[in-house]
Design a protein around this ligand. Structure first.
Ligand code: ADP
Ligand code: MG
Length: 356
């Protein structure tokens, strides 16, 4: 039995289905992220766990106990939202104290807890300030402290970083993760930002149109995407159109070449397919008399130097484009406009889908 379980949850608004039957479990102390485009049902699921939205069917359980009939106030969940939700007329420490007051904690104990929380988020000097005297990032740290103050059974965070600018966002992201780990709080984190999801999570749940596409560690999601949607939504991907030649051997014809692709095993001969590839799974080769005709061939049409890697775009004869990442020195051999052969690394993630 997992710590937090969502079982066969569905949600419809009239004829609109926001969530298809959905199952998800979190272990105690785990940080799990719901990742997906706007409108895919992330907030709906979070609100169902919190008790603000009643599911059309299904149950939410903690340690096996069904919470479905309990109101939000009795679920012992902490919430952090995107918009600054601090009480504007209360100071930072009054905001943090608020949740403890509501729960009737004795004053000496309560003040100890407030001290500890400000220490935890590293904002002791800002205790007496009002929200309008704090930066966006500081306000979100106070919101985090307020949510954690009563030691919630689950911490729910709905896009808590979306309103912040990029630099503050990565700093606060790491801060949330540190605090969540130190307090061993079980957390469900919502974001539409794939980089954020990969960086912060123990596991990522990729959602699309009210359905779960894949649940896995950040490495699983990135390296072994289960569906074309996951491959496209997370990280950079190149698409290659092809046709199945020999399903038994996984042979695919791409731009006049026959390539062995594990993901093509067992498909139908003659089927049109699309292959999805990560930039680091392609290697570039100089063409010479001996190897010409043995590889996919193209021309370098874009080139961006990113420091530790150089990202190259290669346009094939059939005008498909590929994105490849090369280590600094290696990339120097492939200037803009030059020709190159491409090989696909055998352990590359190889998602094969049907072109839509
Ligand atoms: P996300 O958080 O992933 O952007 P939401 O959970 O907010 O997505 O929404 C999922 C779907 O449910 C959307 O199509 C949205 O329009 C719909 N929806 C959400 N809340 C309501 C509501 N109160 N009434 C009607 N439709 C809603
Ligand atoms: Mg949302």
């Amino acid at each position: 039995m997992s710590y937090l379980e969502m079982q066969n949850i569905t949600k419809s608004y009239g004829a609109n289905t926001a969530l298809e039957p959905l199952n998800l479990s979190l272990e105690r102390g785990e940080l799990v992220t719901l990742l997906g485009p706007s409108g895919c049902g992330k907030t709906t699921l979070l609100r169902i766990v919190a008790g603000f939205t009643v599911p059309s069917s299904g149950q939410v359980r903690i340690e096996g106990k069904d919470l479905t009939a309990l109101p939000p106030s009795r679920r012992e969940m902490g919430m952090v939202f995107q918009a600054y939700s601090l009480f504007p007329n209360l100071t930072a420490e009054e905001n943090v104290r608020f949740g403890l007051r509501v729960r009737g904690m004795a004053a000496p104990l309560r003040e100890k807890r407030v001290d500890a929380l400000f220490e935890l988020i590293g904002l002791t000097e800002a205790r007496k300030r009002f929200p309008h005297q704090l930066s966006g990032g500081q306000q979100q740290r106070i919101a985090l402290a307020r949510a954690l103050a009563p030691q919630p059974r689950v911490l729910l965070l709905d896009e808590p970083l979306s309103a912040l600018d990029a630099r503050v966002r990565t700093g606060l992201r790491d801060e949330i993760r540190r605090v969540q780990r130190e307090t061993q709080t079980t957390a469900l984190f919502v974001t539409h930002d794939q980089e954020e999801a990969l960086a912060i999570s123990d596991r990522v749940v990729v959602m699309n149109k009210g359905r779960i596409e894949q649940i896995g560690t950040p490495e699983d999601i990135y390296r072994r995407p289960a569906t074309p949607f996951v491959a496209e939504f997370v990280g950079t991907v190149s698409r290659l159109e092809g046709r199945i030649l020999e399903p038994q051997r996984g042979l695919v014809e791409i731009a006049g070449h026959s390539l062995e692709v594990r993901g093509a095993l067992g498909r139908t001969e003659g089927e049109q397919v699309r292959l999805y590839l990560r930039p680091e799974s392609l290697s570039l080769h100089h063409l010479d008399a001996a190897n010409t005709g043995t590889m996919l061939e193209g021309r370098i049409t874009e080139r961006s130097f990113l420091g530790s890697i150089t990202r190259l775009t290669l346009t094939l004869k059939n005008s498909d484009t590929l994105t490849a990442d090369l280590q600094g020195a290696e990339a120097e051999g492939f200037p803009l406009g030059s020709s190159a052969g491409v090989k696909i690394s055998p352990d590359a993630p190889q998602v094969v889908g049907i072109p839509s």
